[in-house]
Write a protein that binds this ligand. Structure first.
Ligand code: UDP
Length: 435
């Protein structure tokens, strides 16, 4: 058989694997979050450059068309694998064979060499990508988004550890992938030290932010749009409601603040935006109960997951956006908030020290003690001069990130992975002929 080589230049067509969640879903609830935004933004940017992208995701409803257009040049293929309903992530490994078969069948309708590169997101997709890579003879680029070993080392109290099967699955993907894309240098080091990745295969690519959508604007108008009083002190959280994201830490800190400053109670608003996700503290109902037991039920407002255009109002309305996560591979919310001119108080974990410039565009808090969080929130939200300085820097800091730049780096990674793949294939053929 004559081998088909991936092209020497940038790819023409990319197969993106996103088994457990679709870029068409609303982020901020269930399994949909930063990864969905990442895939849809980078795919759209690639398509603008003439690179077609096809995203393969599991069909979760019989109403979904087999193929849907996300943007011109970006298709989402819904692959039947298991029942037409959402499945818990823990149930998905049993569906990977069916999913892989669907992906291979979809490709078989095309001429050989249709896709030039595979980019898998999250370990479940990596498992599929590794087999597709071998069948199609193109490189596999993988982004983990989160790593079980890292997550398990920093679990929130009462959270359920990631299973050993995931750790093993991740180790296999790390060994098999041609390139591993890490969000930050910290994650790149974790891939090497915890998973034995070959450092030569790891590329660090910063995620981006939509700088056209997330822009500074009038705080008064944003508060009016959300029905919040103009003179309120607004502390906001946006994201999936799950123990790892720790919205409860914000509630404890807000309660601590209002104990310290009873005069603040009238003006304090804690705004929690997002829907249920994950394990343990998964119901926003549990957060409502916590707010009530802390005596700040009247000050706490809940909003369901918001589309990006509405999230802009949340970020602009807030005095501070809090990102108290126990782990965060990057933290898109932190950068989006800063792009809107709002300083961020974030946990000093994972990628957040990259997303937030400590003391410049916001504050980083070591640990999750309510008293420390109350100190940091007060140091920003209750000091207008300091807040204004951080806000101006926040906008500048956020401009360091953009999906265009992320896409530049991804395309460069695909291109050099294909070149290395071609070279390896040519070497193997020469050796075969020599024998
Ligand atoms: N998000 C959203 N609506 C919401 C809450 C969050 O669209 O109500 C989006 C948010 O804009 C961000 C993503 O969900 O782009 C969350 O990404 P992040 O990296 O902060 O967290 P992850 O979900 O990856 O853990």
């Amino acid at each position: 058989m004559t081998p088909s080589y991936p092209p020497a230049g940038p790819p023409r067509r990319v197969a993106v694997l996103s088994v457990h969640t679709s870029p068409l879903e609303q982020p901020g609830t269930g399994d949909a979050g930063g990864m969905n935004v990442y895939i849809s933004q980078t795919a759209t940017e690639m398509a603008r450059r003439g690179i077609s992208v096809e995203v393969f995701t599991r069909a979760t409803s019989s109403d979904q068309p087999p193929v849907a257009e996300l943007a011109p040049g970006v298709l989402v293929r819904h692959i039947p694998a298991g029942p037409y309903q959402p499945l818990d992530r823990s149930e998905l490994p049993a569906q990977l064979c069916a999913f892989t078969s669907g992906v291979l069948r979809a490709e078989a309708f095309h001429e050989p060499g249709y896709y030039d590169v595979i980019h898998s997101h999250y370990w479940l997709s990596g498992q599929v990508g590794w087999l597709a890579r071998d069948r199609w003879g193109v490189p596999l680029v993988h982004t983990a988004h989160t790593l079980a070993k890292v997550k398990n080392a920093a679990l929130a109290e009462g959270d359920v550890p990631e299973p050993r099967t995931r750790v093993i699955g991740e180790e296999q993907v790390v060994t098999e992938a041609d390139r591993l894309v890490a969000n930050t240098a910290v994650e790149a080091r974790e891939l090497v030290s915890l998973y034995g990745a070959d450092p030569r295969a790891v590329r660090t690519v910063s995620p981006g932010v939509d700088l056209d959508r997330f822009t500074p604007g009038s705080r008064a108008r944003a508060r009016a749009a959300l029905g919040l009083p103009g003179d309120a002190v607004v502390l906001a959280f946006a994201g999936r409601i799950q123990p790892l994201k720790a919205p409860d830490v914000l509630l404890h800190a807000a309660a601590e603040l209002s104990r310290r400053r009873p005069g603040l109670r009238e003006r304090l608003v804690v705004l929690i935006v997002g829907g249920a996700s994950g394990t343990g503290l998964e119901q926003p109902a549990a957060l409502r109960e916590l707010a009530a037991s802390l005596g700040i039920a009247a000050q706490t407002r809940f909003l369901p997951p918001q589309p990006g255009e509405a999230l802009v109002h949340v970020y602009r309305a807030a005095d501070v956006v809090a990102v108290p996560s126990y782990n965060e591979s990057f933290g898109l919310v932190a950068v989006e908030a800063q792009a809107c001119g709002t300083p961020v108080v974030a946990a000093e974990v994972g990628g957040l020290p990259v997303a937030v410039a400590d003391g410049v565009s916001g504050l980083l808090v070591p640990g999750h003690r309510a008293a420390d969080w109350a100190d940091a929130l007060a140091a920003v939200a209750l000091r207008p001069g300091r807040r204004a300085e951080l806000a101006a820097n926040a906008v500048r800091h956020a401009r360091r990130f953009s999906w265009r730049r992320t896409t530049d780096a991804l395309v460069a990674t695909y291109t050099e992975a294909a070149r290395a793949f071609r070279d390896a294939l040519a070497r193997a053929l020469r050796e075969e002929v020599a024998v």
